[in-house]
Design a protein around this ligand. Sequence first.
Ligand code: PGA
Length: 256
Amino acid sequence: MRKPIIGGNWKMNRGVPTEAKEMLDKFIPLVKDMDTVDIVIGAPFTVLSTVHDLIKATNIKLSAQNMHFEENGAYTGEIAANFLKSIGCEYIILGHSERRDLFHETDDFINKKLKKALSVGLNPIVCIGEHLEEREAGKTKEIIQNQLNNTFKDLSKDEMLKTVIAYEPIWAIGTGKTATPKQAEEIHAFIRGLLANKYDLDTASKVRIQYGGSVNPANAEDLFKQQNIDGGLVGGASLQADSLSEIVKAADKTIK
Ligand code: PGA
């Protein structure tokens, strides 16, 4: 049985301590005692410590949204994995399509970060997904297979088991246009099949694969009910306590 995981990806929002606190003061009581679901908040760097202080005695875990693969050195503006670990981060979001598209991150670059994150004991949430043109050209599976091969290159079985995959069709991110449960499940099952080929059936059956892209309280349950969907990575709807807590509850309701 895979424990569902709901990640709130705040992106470049709620980065002022008072804003982060306002959300979490409402959110924490709404999800307390929900131990059937892993709950992760991906906050901007400026509020990681604030969020950590607020959630440290709760069931909520802290994530950053980016890091560099080097340990230290002349990388102005960058943040190393061990810095994040030292202030209480347990997760790290890597390979988000916004990092890939807006900041030109390649599979190879993300692979280096992924290995570094694992080496310091951060649990990576790694995003993959196709653009609209790629889906319309019938290339979704080819794109996913390439991203999986290259982004997860040379990962041992143990490392793969510590990694969460987030399937996020790019055309569904922030657009209000969610993949249908059937469209999402088809790709989740495909990803699990690729993992079985690369590792083995047992490993493939244990890796958690989240769906991301316009998840909201109205569509979460139908998505999470699908056999191969293990929760969601949530952007817009993670900014409000009510909507994120409803999504956590949908994950709890659909435990397989
Ligand atoms: P969204 O973002 O829920 O606002 O579509 C999801 C994501 O980018 O992780």
